[in-house]
Design a protein around this ligand. Structure first.
Ligand SMILES: Cc1cc2nc3c(=O)[nH]c(=O)nc-3n(C[C@H](O)[C@H](O)[C@H](O)COP(=O)(O)OP(=O)(O)OC[C@H]3O[C@@H](n4cnc5c(N)ncnc54)[C@H](O)[C@@H]3O)c2cc1C
Length: 396
């Protein structure tokens, strides 16, 4: 016996993108349903690096939410980042003396970040069906019928619009019989391992990125999580993984033992889990992310920035933008959400171009080392530092 359920908007997936959309809809007093196959807290393979765009979206939901986020003991303040060139030189930016109200970065295990967002959903407007896996979606005359399955039985959700926030593995496009864009050059393969007893992080908990000749055009990261714990991993564009038949796990081990700086940091470190892999779909305007009665946000829409691999901020930003178009659709009763797609790609136009340009530069170790070397000189370092400070102050 199916449980019937009616809603105007049904969001599939309560990761940062889906949960953020729920927060924005609740803010506009729009009732909706949010479905996730997991029960929270749950893990998600990620680098756990939280960037300034996340802080911006939290503030737009509610400045108090940002304050509350920053006060959580699970959110570790991070005051800078460092690029380690393949020649051993480093380019470090420290923002601790720039008068920011909050640090520009945080780290938080995704089990904590995602749970923080989900715990604060507004039950007055959000009907949250956790532990419910979406099994099928069908178009019907006045919208869609979504069948979800939980341990307690099935639910048949009738909705006017559906938003796919289900992450990297397509559910919505597949069920609706829509093309799902998946090209190797727009996909990064990554692995993550949690470690303890890692030494040598900067006292401001900087995010450390390592570019090594063997790894390029990929990179290795070590992000501190406090008390000697770290999120460690590496990522590489899938075309290169296939072309060079790269074994990411082997490469990861090599970095830990052979890279002079990394091997020092990890001399006494112990892994807390086996390496876990996941895909990072990169933002490209070639991907169709909206149409009649549907929109995609976050990884389901391939919102990851090509150079850094950051996807939490852009995923949450896509949710913010999508919420505007959903509200408009409800007002006008025109449920074609194509305008959201145009808005998104316009908004990220310059980041897309810069991101793929920088990603290309990673193919050439000499070019990368020259950039790291050049930017380390006083005037350029100061200019680039101030440019980031100016841009980021507008975001907070
Ligand atoms: C190795 C690695 C490192 C990364 N490092 C960083 C980083 O440091 N910083 C950063 O900003 N980004 C990073 N990213 C990218 C980031 O993890 C993603 O961009 C982000 O998780 C996208 O959030 P989302 O809400 O779109 O999807 P997800 O977080 O994947 O959430 C999707 C949700 O949908 C649910 N779901 C899936 N299928 C169904 C179904 N059939 N029915 C119901 N629910 C379903 C899942 O349970 C899940 O809760 C990294 C990614 C990887 C793989």
């Amino acid at each position: 016996m199916l449980n019937p359920h009616n809603t105007e908007i049904c969001i599939i997936g309560a990761g940062p993108a889906g949960a953020t959309l729920s927060h924005f809809l609740s803010k506009q007093k729009i009732e909706h349903t949010l479905v996730d196959k997991a029960t929270f807290p749950r893990d998600k393979i990620c680098g756990d690096g939280i960037t300034i765009d996340v802080l911006n979206v939290l503030k737009r939901i509610n400045p108090e939410l940002l304050e509350e986020f920053a006060a959580q003991p699970e959110m570790l303040e991070s005051w800078g980042f460092c690029f380690h060139g393949s020649n051993g030189k480093e380019l470090r930016y420290d923002f601790s003396k720039d008068g920011f109200p909050y640090p520009p970065f945080f780290t938080s295990r995704r089990i904590d970040l995602d749970n923080f967002l989900v715990q604060r959903l507004n039950p007055a407007y959000c009907n949250f069906l956790s532990g419910n896996t979406v099994k099928s979606i069908a178009r019907v005359e006045d919208g869609l019928e979504i069948l979800s399955q939980s341990a307690l039985g099935g639910t048949l959700i009738k909705a006017k619009m559906i938003v796919g926030a289900e992450g990297e593995k397509p559910v919505v496009t597949k069920a609706l019989g829509l093309p799902h864009f998946r090209e190797k050059k727009n996909l990064i393969g990554g692995i993550r391992v949690y470690y303890k007893n890692v030494k040598g992080f900067n006292e401001g908990n900087h995010l450390e990125f390592f570019f090594d000749k063997k790894l390029l055009p990929g990179y290795f990261w070590a992000f501190p999580l406090g008390n000697g714990m770290a999120n460690v991993g590496l990522g590489m564009v899938s075309t290169e993984i296939a072309k060079r038949k790269v074994n990411l796990k082997k490469m990861f081990e090599q970095m830990l033992t052979e890279h002079p700086r990394v091997s020092n940091m990890f001399a006494e470190a112990e892994p807390m889990e086996k390496p876990k892999g996941w895909g990072l779909p990169l933002i490209t305007p070639k991907r169709i992310i909206a149409g009649k009665n549907y929109a995609l946000i976050g990884d389901a829409a391939g919102m990851i920035e090509p150079f850094t691999g950051k996807g939490i901020g852009p995923g949450m930003m896509s949710a913010r933008i999508c919420s505007e178009h959903l509200a408009e659709a409800l007002k006008t009763k025109n449920y074609d959400l194509t305008s959201y797609q145009q808005h998104m790609y316009r908004y990220y136009n310059s980041e897309i171009r810069a991101g793929y340009g920088l990603q290309k530069s990673l193919k050439y170790p000499m070019a990368l080392n020259t950039v790291v070397g050049l930017f380390n000189t006083g005037a350029l370092k100061n200019w680039s530092h101030q440019k980031m400070v100016k841009e980021w102050k507008n975001w907070m």
